[in-house]
Design a binder for this molecule. Structure first.
Ligand SMILES: [Zn+2]
Length: 430
């Protein structure tokens, strides 16, 4: 099977490419970039990409698919449909399902269920600790054999320093990165929003930025002393100026640390919690922070200190969110709004270039997880995302393929969106 993607602006940071060229796909792999028409021949299927941007398939390395256990919030199938619709060819899903993904059988179930739907690649992330209890390491070796791509207790931090030390040591045998949900549970106890002026005004218990910072600082010390040459540590949904500084400083000393931020922490602050009259769609963990934190994150995005943009897609049922702010669960969905938000609010004003956006959403997650993708070099898997930079779109959760409709971006008018996705050269979304 041959496919010719004709006339698109191909943006591929992995080969420093930003040029209008044809792309030829053969048998699921990139066969040629540039000068495509001759090579593709007459029998090729043609996708006209003129006026559109063609990039390596986007990878969201932090999503919650809720299956097994909470299929009423999301299933692997509905999450994959949301990924394809949102421009993602692959997602990595967190282990806080029920049962927890802490053993071979759960990982195998996820992999099998994903294969049945086949509209996006699903890479399970295995738990660090059995049952996310923070006591004993999970079956890392068995899960690695079954296909996990990273380790994380996300939803909860790895609280015990000793357990984190062992995770950083053992994960190296399997080449897995340890992803930390950095939160000191004592400092953050009972907190429902960022601790600051607005939590005081609202009379709500706060979650101070320091709860994140002290955990990141501790982990970086553990990484330095026990991570050896191969230990790798990744901060999930980093949200404060100070933890970004800590990561920046550790990187400059050569530690193998990476971090991700979410679109909502880049675009919203705790002021939004207040101005939305405590809408539960502004309640997430970590909470929306201060304007100073937000500005620092934008700087980190531009200067290269931040490695990844991830959505932390966390679907909840409408009934669960339709309660008082303090009672609602933490989390919002993101798979179907991330690309438009990044294009309109980060690339269009010039905060980052389009090429940098692709690095953050494709090249870097592929490298950190060690999965295929992140490139359109000849011979690479033909996972491809096609975007329009001009098409106008309004975020409308009613149209989401995800079962989760919980988003603070409802009604936002944005320019730019994902138009289509190809999985191994096969059109799957759009
Ligand atoms: Zn998460």
């Amino acid at each position: 099977m041959k496919l010719l993607i004709r006339g698109g602006r191909v943006v591929d940071p992995s080969q420093d490419l930003d040029e209008t060229v044809d792309l030829v796909v053969e048998e699921g792999f990139v066969a040629q970039v540039g000068g495509g028409r001759a090579r593709a021949g007459r029998n090729a299927e043609v996708f006209d990409a003129s006026g559109l941007v063609v990039t390596p398939g986007l990878i969201d390395m932090h999503v919650h698919l809720r299956e097994p256990g909470h299929e009423y919030k999301e299933t692997i199938g509905s999450g994959m449909a949301a990924a394809a619709a949102g421009g993602f060819t692959a997602v990595a899903c967190m282990a806080n399902t029920d049962p927890v993904n802490d053993s071979r059988s759960v990982t195998e179930h996820m992999v099998a269920e994903a294969a049945r739907h086949d509209t996006a690649r699903v890479y399970p992330i295995g738990a660090v600790s059995k049952g996310l209890k923070g006591e004993e390491l999970a079956e890392l070796g068995e899960m690695a054999e079954a296909g996990i791509v990273a380790l994380s207790d996300d939803g909860r931090p790895v609280e015990s320093s000793e357990l984190m030390r062992r995770a950083l040591e053992y994960s190296q045998h399997f080449g897995l990165v340890v992803i930390q949900h950095a939160e000191d549970l004592d400092l953050g106890a009972g907190g429902v929003m960022h601790e600051g002026e607005f939590s005081t005004r609202a009379g709500l218990p706060g979650l101070p930025g320091a709860a994140e910072d002290v955990m990141v600082a501790r982990d970086l010390i553990l990484l330095e002393d026990f991570g050896g040459h191969n230990g790798r540590y990744h901060v999930a949904h980093l949200s404060t100026a100070r933890s970004l500084d800590l990561v920046r400083e550790a990187k400059s000393r050569g530690l193998r640390v990476t971090c991700e931020v979410t679109p909502h922490h880049l675009l919203l602050t705790d002021g939004e919690v207040w101005s939305s009259h405590l809408s539960t769609d502004t309640k997430m963990k970590p909470p929306l922070r201060s304007e100073r934190d937000r500005i620092s994150l934008l700087e980190g995005l531009a200067d290269g200190s931040i490695d990844v943009i991830a959505s932390d897609h966390a679907p909840h049922h409408a009934d669960e969110k339709d309660v008082q702010f303090s009672c609602a669960p933490f989390g919002i969905v993101g798979l179907e709004s991330t690309v438009s938000l990044c294009l309109d609010r980060l690339v269009r004003p010039g905060t980052i270039s389009l090429s940098r956006m692709i690095e953050l959403l494709s090249c870097n997650p592929a490298e950190i997880l060690g999965v295929p993708g992140g490139t359109l070099k000849e011979g690479a898997l033909a996972d491809i995302t096609v975007m329009s930079l001009t098409s106008r779109t309004t975020i409308n959760p009613k149209r989401f393929r995800s079962k989760g409709k919980n988003t603070p971006f409802d009604g936002w008018k944005l320019r730019g969106r994902a138009v289509n996705t190809f999985l191994a050269g096969r059109q799957v979304g759009g």
